[in-house]
Write a protein that binds this ligand. Structure first.
Ligand code: B16
Ligand code: MG
Length: 218
């Protein structure tokens, strides 16, 4: 039986993926790397430094910068990103997610957060959702990023649940892979082709309800 939900943040609870995309796009322009939708989609759920490496590789520039310079470039992106995060309000919670969070909390399900974002606590605070997530996996503690299962394994551990008792929610293909490898039930939000590996896919967050999930689990 399902007893807990392990949430991704960006693209599931709120649409910071757009803000991340804009901030990376700005950096790619600065670096002279051509921007594309494929590149933007591939960065979803990927850690800050891995995202930078992907962008540099896309432009054939991965050997043009020292590790120190790469840290500075990532910090430059983050400064732009955080400025946008600080403009967020609870109105930026994706459709239906507040109701879903209230419903599962009222019914006694446990909740944890498995976001690769070091800014996750800041984003939750802006959305006034801090109280919903007493358990947050610290991305700095991870050896491997998504699609490695580590972050979702830890998300279940924080709840003292077996992975089989958890549903993981994701908008990114790398995240769905991570949930599956952790042995949790994967719920994908977005394009069914992109998220084909998920146990269930909902086109958008407004469809994420306990009733719809139970229908798929039956
Ligand atoms: P930060 P998620 C991920 O969050 C984003 O999808 C990804 O685009 C971002 O690079 C990563 O967090 C790291 O974020 O730079 O704030 O530490 O989807 O795992 O909630
Ligand atoms: Mg995400």
């Amino acid at each position: 039986d399902i007893k807990g939900f392990v949430f991704d943040l960006d693209g599931v609870i709120t649409d910071t993926s757009v803000l991340h995309g804009t901030a990376w796009h700005q950096l790619a322009d600065y670096l002279g790397v051509a921007w594309s939708k494929e590149l933007a989609d591939g960065l979803k759920g990927i850690s800050r430094m891995d995202s930078l490496e992907m962008i540099l590789k896309a432009g054939g520039k991965e050997n043009d910068y020292t590790p120190e310079q790469k840290v500075e470039l990532a910090a430059k992106k983050n400064t732009n990103y955080v400025a946008e995060v600080d403009k967020m309000t609870p109105a930026n919670i994706l459709p239906g997610m507040k109701a879903f969070l209230d419903d599962i909390r009222d019914k006694g399900y446990l909740l944890s957060l498995a976001s690769a974002s070091k800014n996750a606590p800041r984003v939750l605070a802006k959305l006034e959702l801090t109280d919903y997530f007493p358990e947050i996996v610290d991305p700095a503690s991870l050896k491997h990023g998504k699609p490695d299962p580590e972050i979702y394994t830890k998300g279940a551990q924080l709840l003292n649940l077996d992975p089989a008792q958890c549903v993981g929610l994701e908008d990114a293909a790398a995240g769905v892979q991570a949930i599956n490898a952790a042995g949790e039930t994967s719920l994908g939000i977005g394009d069914a082709t992109e998220l084909g590996a998920a146990d269930m896919v909902f086109a958008d967050t407004s469809l994420v309800t306990l009733a719809n999930i139970e229908k798929h689990m039956a």
